[in-house]
Design a protein around this ligand. Structure first.
Ligand code: SF4
Length: 404
């Protein structure tokens, strides 16, 4: 079984296809989001700050220069910016401001004994050491004997809620790790620095919570190990995914968005989608039109019925069509779910034409009602169960020669 990490498990939870590309197919991608690049540069500065502070505390200027140097040295064409309204310099300034805020907030950095920066830990979740996990702690501190602090720098553009941090898996796994490594651990604080916002958040875990986390993580690893199906899962995080060019959800977009406009519009897939969308729009327009016409016809029907009544006529003649107005029997009977439904069905069975009704369903009921003249005298047993009404129905037919 491979050694797992929080980010490996997180990738599985985010999108199984991305997990497959990364950890099973080992497809390496050069691309890196500007947010991840900025995060790395901030970490560079923290490494320098905490490595040097025991000799001589670097000044803010020195740290910002270090940030700029690391930025220029590492910047490359593979770094991509998702937000089109932002520039490289916007992100560089954001990083410099984060360094300044951090420096001013914690200067003179007497936060305890520093035990490690970017400290690698490999630990296990079970007695047999079968389920192994590794991670890197951004900064491990000891506040006083046996009181540890696990610090993590985040350059995310949004803040988590405290409830999310209280459930956070990454630092809690590191908590398990240091309790395994050292016997003197009495207390562990988990500390997040959301440096873009100049905010610090803290949380801690009880022994019971850590036991539960071990169980859940072992169960998640079991799921990963037995998974054979790796479907894509679309989310807002796809914008930052390096595999868009091969992912079935985005490969066509990726392939076509670089084409010149004339080639783009002729590309088979693009042309078909555009044609389909245009027909769909046409359909929508027609449906709207039909709805409008239905409304107009309804008004005409009302007017035609009024004219016919006034004329004492049942047919109105146009140039080559006739509007026929008929009285139709309408039976309002208990529908399924109605408390009288069974009584109604039982009574129909006693009438002697049940087969006739059932065979042809409820249209036949209407025929029976007309034949038996229920509109004039409704059978006693149906009286409280159905209502018989007559309504005007209009139909349009062609005028034949003998209609003239
Ligand atoms: S683009 Fe989205 S759906 Fe496709 S592999 Fe990446 S994360 Fe998964």
């Amino acid at each position: 079984m491979p050694i797992y990490s929080h980010s490996r498990l997180g990738t599985f939870e985010q999108c199984r296809l991305k997990y497959k590309y990364t950890y099973i197919d080992h497809i390496r991608k050069e691309g890196q989001s500007v947010e991840a690049f900025l995060g790395q540069r901030f970490h560079d500065v923290m490494e320098k700050l905490y490595a040097e502070r025991k000799f001589k505390l670097p000044t803010l200027d020195e740290l910002q220069n270090h940030f700029n140097l690391a930025w220029d040295k590492n910047w490359n064409n593979e770094v991509f910016i998702v937000r089109k309204d932002r520039t490289t310099e916007d992100y560089r300034k954001l990083g410099l401001k984060a360094v300044e805020d951090y420096y001013k907030r914690y200067n003179p950095f007497e936060e305890g004994k520093m035990l490690g920066v970017e400290k690698q830990l490999v630990f296990h979740l079970d007695e047999n050491g079968q389920y192994r996990v590794q991670g890197y702690i951004d900064r491990l501190m000891e506040k006083e004997d046996g009181h540890y602090e696990i610090h993590d720098y985040k350059t995310a553009g949004s803040l988590p809620e405290q409830s999310q941090l209280d459930q956070d898996r990454q630092l809690a796994l590191y908590d398990i790790a240091i309790r395994q490594k050292w016997n003197d651990v009495k207390k562990v604080d988990l500390v997040w620095h959301y440096v873009i916002f100049d905010k610090e958040f803290r949380s801690s875990r009880t022994q019971e919570e850590l036991v539960q986390l071990k169980k859940e993580t072992v169960s998640l690893i079991d799921t990963v190990e037995t998974t054979a199906n790796f479907p894509p899962h679309q989310s807002s995080l796809c914008n930052w995914c390096d595999y868009q060019d091969i992912c079935p959800l985005f490969s066509h977009r990726h392939k076509t968005e670089v084409l010149p406009v004339n080639e783009y519009l002729k590309e088979d897939g693009v042309a078909l989608v555009n044609q389909y969308a245009s027909l769909e729009a046409e359909k929508k327009e027609l449906k709207e039109k039909i709805k409008e016409i239905d409304g107009q016809q309804e008004k005409i029907e009302e007017a035609a019925i009024a004219v016919a009544e006034k004329e004492g006529a049942s047919q109105l003649y146009g140039s080559d069509k006739i509007l026929k107005i008929k009285d139709e029997v309408k039976i309002i009977y208990p529908k399924s779910g109605d408390k009288n439904r069974n009584k109604f069905l039982e009574y129909l069975k006693t009438l002697g034409f049940w087969d006739e009704i059932v065979d042809v369903q409820w249209n036949s009921l209407k025929k029976v009602a007309i034949r038996e003249k229920w509109d004039q005298k409704i059978p006693e047993g149906l009286k409280n169960l159905v209502t018989i009404e007559t309504e005007k129905k209009i139909s349009l037919s062609k005028k034949k020669d003998d209609d003239n």
